[in-house]
Design a protein. Structure first.
Length: 102
């Protein structure tokens, strides 16, 4: 990390030390050595950082354990859709039905 003193201006010091090199909240979590080693191997194999692996794992865990939030998000998407008939689909369906033997 570059020293703020080397830059000689206090506003650079704030910029250099305000956010670090990553975005988002940083936190410390203790995991068993075996889990840590597995994450290391996975991250190396996939060419990702440990943070990316842990973030992905937490997102998947939350999605599995907070299904109401997923349902709410899907409900919002569906609410925004036009429930009316699609003229193309109606015409295509009619054409297929006319060509079909009953």
């Amino acid at each position: 990390m570059v020293s703020a003193v080397a830059w000689g201006r206090p506003e650079h010091a704030r910029a250099a030390f305000s956010g670090g090199y990553t975005t988002g909240m940083k936190t410390a979590v203790s995991v068993p050595d075996e889990v840590f080693q597995q994450v290391e191997r996975l991250a190396h194999r996939d060419g990702r950082s440990r943070s990316a692996v842990y973030s992905t794992a937490l997102r998947e865990y939350l999605a599995r354990h907070a299904p109401d939030e997923v349902t709410e998000a899907l409900d919002q998407v569906v609410t925004g859709l036009d429930p009316g008939p699609d003229p193309f689909v109606a015409a295509a369906s009619r054409t297929i039905l006319e060509r079909s033997e009953w």
